[in-house]
Design a binder for this molecule. Structure first.
Ligand code: ARG
Length: 576
């Protein structure tokens, strides 16, 4: 059950009874545990609309609340017209019991929507680098959460596998083959392969010429060329999949629908745009000018859909993908997790698709942008030589660093255990660092902060989980609920209980604006309240009457931590 939503409905109903129609309740967590955490703030606005005295309206609202839910909470008017809500101990205990007995931990499935989520989507002409971490980690957490909330999610890995960049790669493959070098071996190390090909493109005029010819041959469907290209793409996708597996990302190769898959639709897209009267010729290119897009000096800003040489740019393929998602898949929503630097592209894309009638009124297409990854000096995160840092290298380093931390912390662990824990902690740390920030701002990639066992980090939460597990190991029981009942007295118990009850709220709030940091902050606060409780209240040494309730509280805390991290795509271990 969502405490906040239920309260909000109650307050709105009470406001309605007092004559205020359609007035939002605006429920806030007051942050004061003695107030049961909630405050209704919408009364003043409603009073203003009605021309009523706010305290009077608050009084009336309060009376209805007492009549309707007076057995679960007490109410108090505060300030110029707020209502503070204190849930009763009995109510909290009852809700907690219900939550504890629920496999879904109180999170209710929402009405099922078909949602296409476009994320990760790297270009295959390069090896995945650190810049791909954002879309991949943030997109994946949101996908997991939407799926848990009951939606039918279609993962769309819109990889770039077409275009001029592939010319030099194909020319290089061709050259190796003519020299009798086994391609399979050469393609093993894609990074070296990319570097050699682009090096040759820069230094050898003949090679560059060949590369350009390969682009034309590829686009005109030359068989030899397509065959080479397919081999390259399939190696490249294998490489991406290995990274997804290492990072525990829920994408599989069946989620790949590459740009090239839309090649056959591109001419039709032009025909449809022309029929809608949207295409204008400008210097031989087919463009769409929409009044809302203007550049410097109020010059109209075109979107080029087909270049004068007949080639189709990025946006043409994306239009075909929009059409596919909106019409063939009939998605209610399509969410694109892509770098904020592509905001103009998506604004134009969706506007054109709407103008052309590809997207219906009630379908939502949305770009969810994020900022860049910076180093400690606030500059883009690069290798010492100024190149992009490979994602595989980042993952490896995370695991190695975690391994040395784990070895320091718990030297008795076997090597195999250390290895396993290091993977979970290292990968968790880099993903959590992405997820715990407001996604719209740039963030600083710093190993020491993200791998710290203190502060809002994955290792801190994973460690908190192992502490709970160890309590149960000592008591030789499992975390799953086993009879008994909650008996809450101490303020730290009540504060922890309320926080636990807010889990559904935290999960649901993430998807409002795809801010996974809401769930991260929630888990961090939960772990903090758990520590406070554990310091104040003996568990295993408590009297029999308290022991079972406190164990239940520990068990539920552990389950929520593990489940919440799981929704973020982060695993837990039993010890570290
Ligand atoms: N491949 C693109 C890039 O690396 C991202 C694609 C995002 N998705 C899309 N439908 N445009 O920049």
């Amino acid at each position: 059950m969502n405490l906040k939503r239920n309260l909000s409905q109650q307050v709105e109903q009470a406001l309605k009874a007092a004559g205020a129609q359609n007035s939002p309740a605006i429920i806030r967590q007051s942050g004061k545990p003695e107030y049961g955490h909630y405050q209704a703030n919408g009364i003043m606005g409603a009073a203003k609309k009605l021309g009523k005295n706010p305290r009077e309206l608050a009084q009336q609202t309060l009376k209805t609340l007492v009549d309707n839910i007076g057995d679960s909470a007490t109410f108090e008017i505060a300030g110029p017209g707020f209502i503070n809500v204190t849930f009763s101990k009995k109510f909290i205990t009852d809700c907690l019991t219900e939550m504890s007995n629920d496999k879904r931990l109180g999170v209710i499935a929402q009405s099922r929507q078909k949602v296409v989520v476009d994320y990760s989507s790297p270009n295959l002409a390069k090896e995945m680098h650190i810049g791909h971490l954002r879309s991949t980690a943030i997109g994946d957490a949101n996908v997991r959460i939407m799926e848990f909330l009951g939606h039918h999610v279609i993962r769309a890995n819109h990889v770039g596998d077409w275009g001029a960049q592939f010319g030099s790669l194909l020319a290089y493959m061709d050259k190796l083959e003519s020299e009798g070098k086994p391609l399979a071996t050469e393609l093993k190390d894609l990074e070296v392969f990319y570097q050699r090909a682009s090096e040759m493109f820069k230094t050898e005029a003949n090679f560059a010429k060949k590369a350009r010819e390969f682009v034309v041959r590829l686009q005109s469907g030359d068989e030899k060329c397509l065959e080479l290209w397919k081999r390259f793409i399939s190696e490249s996708i294998k490489h991406c999949q290995a990274i997804y597996d290492l990072l525990d990302i829920s994408l599989s190769t069946t989620d790949v629908k590459p740009e090239s898959a839309y090649n056959g639709e591109l001419n039709d897209i032009i025909i449809l745009l022309e029929a809608a009267g949207l295409i204008e010729l400008s210097d031989g290119a087919k463009c769409v000018f929409l009044p809302e897009f203007v550049g410097k000096d109020d010059e109209p800003l075109p979107a080029i859909i087909q270049k004068s040489d007949g080639g189709f740019p990025y946006i043409a393929t994306d239009l075909a993908a929009v059409q596919f998602r909106a019409q063939k898949l009939a998605a209610h929503r399509a969410i694109y997790f892509v770098d904020g630097r592509q905001s103009l592209h998506f604004a134009q894309l969706f506007a054109i698709a709407r103008a052309a009638g590809f997207i219906a009124e009630d379908q939502e297409f949305r770009h969810v942008p994020f900022g860049s990854i910076l180093n400690k000096d606030g500059k883009p995160y690069k290798t010492r030589e100024g190149g992009a840092v490979k994602l595989a290298t980042v993952a490896e380093e995370a695991i190695n660093r975690a391994k040395s931390l784990i070895s320091d912390k718990n030297a008795q662990l076997s090597d195999a255990e250390k290895e396993k824990i290091a993977r979970v902690v290292g990968i968790g740390a880099i993903k959590y660092a992405e997820l715990s920030k407001n996604r719209t701002t740039d963030y600083i990639f710093d190993w020491d902060t993200m791998l710290s066992f203190e502060g809002n980090t994955a290792p801190y939460l994973q460690y908190a989980y192992t502490r709970i597990v160890s309590i149960f190991r000592h008591a030789s029981i499992t975390l799953e609920p086993a009879g008994g009942h909650f008996d809450l007295d101490e303020p730290t118990e009540l504060a922890l209980a309320l926080k636990l009850l807010q889990y559904p709220e935290a999960v649901e709030n993430v998807t409002e604006d795809f801010q996974a940091n809401i769930l991260c902050n929630y888990l961090f606060e939960l772990a903090g309240l758990f520590s406070a409780f554990y310091e104040n209240c003996p568990v295993l040494k408590a009297d029999e009457s308290k022991r079972s309730s406190r164990l239940k509280l520990c068990g539920l805390s552990g389950r929520v931590l593990q489940h919440g991290l799981g929704l973020l795509g982060i695993s837990t271990v039993e010890q570290m």
